[in-house]
Design a protein around this ligand. Structure first.
Ligand SMILES: Cc1cc2nc3c(=O)[nH]c(=O)nc-3n(C[C@H](O)[C@H](O)[C@H](O)COP(=O)(O)O)c2cc1C
Length: 259
């Protein structure tokens, strides 16, 4: 089983892999802001991520204005998004810039309305965000992704003044950690990795994993251990504003994924 206070080890390691294995979400930050050169570095790392078709369909918005931050906080509904702790970045799938470029050249805009191109933008956004997470963690910083910003996508779109053909897919807070959470165990390789074809569900491995997850102590709910993983999937999946928000409608309002 092993304690959840040290990261899992890997067969091969180096400083990059050790950083990745030591990932844990941080939801409390000190009041110390990130140094400007650190923010620049994280944005440069994001810009250098792989990008589908070399299309670079991503814009990252730093939220500095407290009024805008309050809107993001309201859209996410999560307490640690409010206030001023942690640098707040919003990863925006951006097909608008390429639409302008094509429009100026008199090229057809129809490809930008296909789901394929929207998905390519999503892929770019998520890859860039994860590169920022790895870079930040390698500097000893903590991060929390904010899928919850999609609790109210229209509010976020208004707050960030996003044009058509853009969509704010993820928020990310990066800051100096002010907590020491446990490492949350992941499903074992036997369950999530396969060779050549889809695997049979390994029930024994799943049961063992459930028992491990029950040992995890969630700082967000300080007085009790968490439910077994399968119980969480049964009870919590699909709950909460972000999981119930009218994403497809909003994508269409933004002229994305129309066909
Ligand atoms: C796409 C994505 C969206 C997430 N959104 C939120 C969020 O809105 N709020 C939050 O507190 N954590 C969020 N998380 C963090 C997950 O809850 C966390 O990664 C998961 O519980 C595993 O815990 P760990 O990162 O500490 O290992 C998100 C993670 C991902 C990958």
């Amino acid at each position: 089983m092993g304690a959840l206070t040290t990261p899992e080890t890997t067969a091969v390691t180096n400083s990059t892999i050790a950083t990745q294995m030591a990932h844990r979400t941080i939801r409390a930050f000190t009041s110390e802001p990130l140094a400007p050169e650190v923010v620049d570095t994280l944005l440069d790392v994001a810009r250098h991520s792989a990008t589908s078709g070399f299309q670079q369909q991503l814009t990252i918005i730093r939220v500095l204005d407290p009024a805008v931050r309050e809107e993001v906080h309201a859209a996410s509904g999560q307490p640690y998004v409010g206030g001023s702790r942690g640098e707040l970045l919003v990863f925006v799938v951006d097909l608008y810039r390429n639409a302008l470029i094509r429009q100026r050249a008199g090229a057809d805009l129809e490809p930008l309305e296909r789901t394929n191109l929207f998905l390519a933008g999503m892929e770019d956004a998520v890859i860039a965000a994860q590169n920022v997470v790895v870079a930040a963690e390698s500097l000893g910083l903590g991060t929390v992704y904010l899928g919850s910003v999609l609790g109210d996508p229209r509010r976020l779109i208004r707050a960030l003044r996003l044009p058509e053909r853009t969509f704010p897919v993820l928020g990310l807070l990066v800051g100096h950690p002010d907590q020491e959470p446990q490492y949350k165990p992941r499903l074992p390789r036997a369950v999530t990795c396969a060779v050549d074809s889809y695997p049979e569900l390994d029930e024994a491995a799943l049961e063992e994993y459930d028992a491990r997850v029950e040992e995890y102590y969630d700082l967000r709910d300080a007085n009790r251990r968490v439910d077994a993983w399968t119980t969480q999937i049964v009870r919590a999946l699909g709950q909460g504003p972000a999981a119930q928000s009218p994403v497809l409608e909003v994508l269409h309002e933004q002229r994305l994924a129309l066909r």
